[in-house]
Design a protein around this ligand. Structure first.
Ligand code: NAD
Ligand code: DAU
Length: 354
């Protein structure tokens, strides 16, 4: 079996669905169930008995050790993190605690478990760390895309905390020989994405008749990757990745934020036209920029394509179509995540923006 941290969240939850479409190997999920964790996302697998959800903190070394002893996983896949850049600007403490201290405690528990394994199991064991392209900093429009050798230059408390976790994982491989793999991925989108992030926020605000808040001039570029393509990349890196190596994962979809929002608006015009005949684009509002806003991210996926044989299956056109349709059809999941805590966040982040 495999143990996954943070799989009640967006990417981890999609990974659980992706896994059970291809494997019967059971999963144990360790998730703190913060505001971003929703047990409903993986409830079908938990109900069917192939997935066990344990509510707990990756920073609780005793709990992690007990889970490792009880379930004897052949791999640990580490998705759990505080993941939202804007929240890290308003309150960096949780990001340091979970992403750095939590990853350290997790690594210590795993190191001890792995160290005591029998030789064959020890050789087969893997610790796969899921990280981000944001650790490489910001590109200008003409800079080459991030590769695995691009120097780290994180600009937000979020990306700095993820960079810290990456360095710890690297050090545990080099110092203790822990069989690690690290993936650094670009912006994901797709089903079960918490509506604090650009794409789900724009879909839901548009449908609610609310402003579509584009930061700054809307010309910042992200490299969008459909979440199931990311899940497949992780599955393949787990199976075929070279120990201690880093693999960058990208969608070859560099798009300006304003263009992303316009694509969403046009998709909604077609699928859910407004009763008054106006277009969703009229709801776009330019608001005060994110402090320290990175201008451009782009991934050079040559290494994962060459060594692992992975390439993304979705284009942005096909992926955004699936995504918008999913949000139109899954109102129960959406209503459940838009709790009081979510509404407080919206007031905190957008209330003070001009
Ligand atoms: P998310 O915020 O949707 O989910 C995070 C999950 O981790 C939640 O279920 C939450 O409850 C859990 N969690 C938080 N703190 C925890 C703790 N201390 N102990 C146990 N569980 C805890 O995040 P996501 O978008 O699914 O991202 C998953 C991983 O992928 C993160 O490591 C993130 O840095 C990385 N990543 C995300 C993207 C993206 O576009 N979303 C891109 C590249 C990398
Ligand atoms: O690059 C990978 C990263 O992608 C992950 O490591 C992070 O966990 C994930 O949250 C994401 O970070 P971003 O900051 O790029 O994603 P976000 O959806 O918050 O913002 C995408 C872009 O849209 C960014 O340039 C800021 C802009 N934006 C965002 C919001 C929420 C807006 O213009 N308006 C908004 O309301």
């Amino acid at each position: 079996m495999i143990l996954i941290t943070g799989a009640a969240g967006f990417i981890g939850g999609n990974f659980v669905h992706h896994w059970f479409e291809r494997s019967e190997e059971p999963i144990v999920v360790l998730d703190k169930l913060t505001y971003a964790g929703n047990p409903q996302t993986i409830a079908a697998h938990v109900g069917a008995g192939r997935c066990t959800l344990v509510q707990g903190d990756i920073g609780d070394r005793a709990l992690v050790s007990q889970l490792l002893q009880t379930h004897q996983p052949r791999a640990v896949l580490h998705f759990a993190a505080e993941s939202h850049v804007d929240r890290s600007i308003h309150g960096p403490g949780e990001f340091i605690q979970t992403n750095m201290v939590g990853t350290f405690e997790l690594l210590e528990a795993v190191r001890s478990y792995w160290g005591a394994m029998a030789a064959e199991a020890k050789a087969a064991f893997r610790f796969l760390h899921v990280s981000t392209d944001e650790v490489y900093g910001s590109l200008s429009e003409t800079d080459p895309a991030f590769s695995e050798t691009t120097p780290y230059a994180p600009n937000s408390p979020y990306s700095a905390s993820k960079a810290g976790s990456d360095h710890l994982v690297r050090a545990y491989h080099h110092t203790y020989g822990l069989p690690t793999l690290t993936t650094n991925c670009s912006n994901n989108y797709g089903p079960y994405h918490f509506p604090e992030k650009l794409i789900p926020l724009m879909i839901l605000n548009a449908l609610d008749g609310k402003p579509l808040p584009v930061y700054g001039d809307g010309q910042n570029i992200r490299d969008w990757l459909y979440v199931r393509d990311h899940c497949e990349a992780i599955r393949q890196v787990l199976a075929k990745g070279r120990l201690g190596e880093v693999y960058n994962v990208g969608g070859k979809n560099e798009i300006k934020n304003l263009d992303v929002v316009q694509v969403i608006c046009r998709k909604l015009d077609a699928l859910r036209p407004k009763a008054d005949g106006t277009q969703y684009e009229a709801q776009i509002t330019f608001v005060t920029d994110r402090p320290g806003h990175d201008r451009r991210y782009a991934i050079d996926p040559t290494k994962i394509e060459r060594e692992i044989g992975w390439t993304p299956a979705e284009t942005f056109e096909s992926g955004i179509d699936k995504t918008v349709r999913w949000y139109l059809e899954n109102t129960q999941w959406i209503d459940a995540v838009r709790t009081g805590a979510y509404r407080d966040w919206v007031n905190q982040n957008y209330g003070a923006r001009a």
